[in-house]
Ligand binder design. Structure first.
Ligand SMILES: Nc1ncnc2c1ncn2[C@@H]1O[C@H](COP(=O)(O)OP(=O)(O)OP(=O)(O)O)[C@@H](O)[C@H]1O
Ligand SMILES: [Mg+2]
Length: 254
């Protein structure tokens, strides 16, 4: 299954994406996590040190030039070797046969420096390739907001997880993301209300997914933030695993 994680800034998209990837890999699945943000935080959330992260594909001018060209652009570049070539293997604990890889792609909307346009073509081609051809689970951690969703390829994922805090402003963004995704034909959606106390009623808003799950504030994670970027290996992992399992069930059924 191919799942994208969207929502307003800072709501927990990257955290949830990292948890989901880890949960699936520990349960024997082949997982390819795609960092489609500019902040490189998905790697760090997975416990990879900043200096060990590969340069995002959006900044690999060598590859952009090689695959897309610099004058006349190849709009259908061959990218089939790139997932293996560029992804970083991440460890999976508990000896599972699962596999976890990280592909640092960079932002589709802000791709590249001097060759933004060509970089965008390469990123979109790779994303489309992953979504259509890749047999592994593909989890795409999107940048905050809604803009990138209008750009086509992301809308071809199987499901969208929209993360929000229990606040009006965050829910408004969630509703805009949901509405835009629906317009693009992406009907399988779930809302995860993060850092939530209990299961509050949510104000009715057009665009919010009907499926809603609640995730509490996790004090152990909050306490750890100052010293560590990883969100994995928490003592309360079973509860998070249960949430991931339920989320997968719900989006598969949606
Ligand atoms: N349920 C939770 N309990 C405690 N801390 C949390 C929880 N969810 C997320 N966090 C912490 O909140 C911070 C923001 O989370 P995260 O980076 O996942 O958000 P994001 O939506 O990906 O942000 P951005 O828009 O910047 O990409 C992180 O430090 C994360 O560890
Ligand atoms: Mg993030």
């Amino acid at each position: 299954m191919k799942i994208a994680f969207a929502g307003k800034g800072g709501v927990g998209k990257t955290t949830l994406c990292a948890w989901m990837g880890d949960y699936l890999a520990r349960h024997g699945q082949d997982v390819l996590m795609v960092d489609a943000d500019t902040a490189l935080s998905l790697g760090q959330a997975n416990g990879v040190k900043h200096e060990e992260l590969p340069l995002p594909l959006s900044l690999r001018e060598d590859l952009v030039r090689e695959r897309i060209g610099s004058g006349y652009m190849h709009l259908n570049p061959d990218v089939s070797d790139l997932p293996d070539e560029l992804s970083l293997k991440l460890p999976v604990d508990n000896g599972s046969a699962g596999r976890k890889r990280l592909l640092v792609m960079g932002s589709v909307s802000g791709a590249g420096g001097g060759c933004a346009c060509a970089a965008n073509v390469l990123l979109k081609s790779l994303l489309a390739h992953l979504i259509i051809r890749e047999s592994a689970w593909v989890l795409v951690d999107l940048e905050a907001g809604v803009e990138h969703l209008g750009r086509g390829t992301v809308a071809d994922v199987d499901a969208l997880v929209i993360v929000s805090e229990p606040s009006m402003r965050s829910l408004e963004t969630a509703a805009r993301v949901g509405a835009l995704a629906s317009e693009l034909g992406l009907a399988r959606q779930a809302l995860v209300l993060n850092r939530c106390s209990g299961e509050p009623d949510i104000p009715a808003m057009d665009g919010l997914p009907r499926q809603t799950m609640y995730l509490p504030m996790i004090p152990e994670l909050a306490a750890r933030q100052l010293t560590e970027a990883s969100v994995l290996g928490l003592t309360g992992r079973e509860r998070i695993d249960e949430l991931c399992a339920e989320l997968v069930r719900r989006i598969q059924a949606a």
